[in-house]
Design a protein around this ligand. Structure first.
Ligand code: ATP
Ligand code: ZN
Length: 288
């Protein structure tokens, strides 16, 4: 039996679908087996371990899995020297760990929390933040429903994950500090299983390609030769564009460029104002 690389991903929840999606975009064909815990990749020696996100750092740190896809918040809370190495941010699962206080709380900086009780599911991350700010406060660790703690008089403030802020608002809370910015990340074990280095390398390369192509766009337009320098300046994160002649037009050229950053309407308007016409923005499927 040949060795198979293991990638730990969240079984169900906010990261589950996008984690599978990124692996599928990387060309790994998934076979959903009878086994709920394990999905096989049919065109590479890789298995996916589907587990709770909180367990992913330990699986990777202990080498049970070679890679994992997990939120930076979970990784930070796992803490210390044992935390697996983050290889790259994946651009989804964005959220922020924030301190929030009830409306009407006179907040004037972290020192306002001195001697207060703060409820959170992230005691390690919060305690690091308080230490950095030289504030001594009591941390109440809750597994869930952190946002109701102030109303129940269990805590004066909370430290919780926020993406839209709707939950805070619904509970009469106001965010006052950002403790951590988080998104899903690819993490790697201290060493991969024997004989799997080249498979591991291709996992990293392909995922890097998918992540790069997600934000990137292929931009095409026609433009007068004279404004080429200005157009290059406007195009966000583009290398030297490809410039080709237009049939029967001496003064104008076609410009093609890969833009590494999002192309907004505002950018298109600036290109048009600079003299470009027939501007097209296309998605990029793969990039290496
Ligand atoms: P599990 O059953 O795997 O333990 P969970 O309930 O702990 O799941 P989810 O709510 O699915 O976790 O969130 C998984 C991750 O999604 C979080 O750790 C975080 O990185 C990210 N995330 C993005 N937005 C939010 C948000 N608004 N609230 C909570 N997590 C978010
Ligand atoms: Zn969890």
């Amino acid at each position: 039996m040949t060795a198979r690389l293991r990638i730990a991903i969240q079984k169900s929840g906010r990261l589950a679908e996008r984690s599978l999606g990124i692996l599928e975009s990387a060309g790994f064909r998934l076979v959903k087996g009878a086994n709920e815990l394990l999905y096989r990749v049919e065109n590479a020696p890789i298995d996916l371990l589907r587990i709770r996100d909180d367990d992913i750092p330990a699986f990777v740190a202990d080498g049970v899995a070679d890679f994992g896809i997990v939120g930076r918040n979970v990784l930070a809370e796992f803490g210390g020297a044992r935390a697996p190495e983050e290889l790259m941010a994946l651009g989804f699962g964005r959220c922020e760990l924030k301190l929030a206080v009830p409306e009407g709380f006179a907040y004037g900086g972290p020192s306002s929390l001195a001697g207060r009780r703060i409820a959170t599911s992230y005691p390690r991350v919060l305690s690091r933040f308080l230490k950095e700010n030289a504030v001594e406060a009591d941390i109440v660790t809750l597994r869930g429903a952190v946002e109701v703690a102030p109303r129940l008089k269990m805590a004066h403030a909370i430290c919780d994950l926020v993406s839209t802020g709707a939950t805070l608002e619904a509970n009469g809370l106001v965010a006052v500090e950002t403790v951590l910015r988080s998104e899903a990340a690819l993490v790697r074990a201290p060493s991969v299983h024997a004989g799997l280095d080249s498979v591991a390398e291709s996992v990293v390369q392909r995922i890097r390609g998918v992540v790069a192509s997600l934000g990137a766009k292929y931009v095409m337009m026609n433009a007068p030769r004279a404004v080429l320098p200005e157009i290059s300046r406007i195009l966000p994160g583009a290398d030297a564009p490809t410039v080709t002649p237009l049939a029967g037009r001496e003064d104008a050229v076609a410009v093609h460029a890969v833009c590494q950053e999002s192309v907004f309407w505002e950018t298109l308007e600036r290109l048009k104002a600079a003299g470009a016409s027939s501007i097209l923005v296309l998605p990029i499927e793969k990039m290496m």
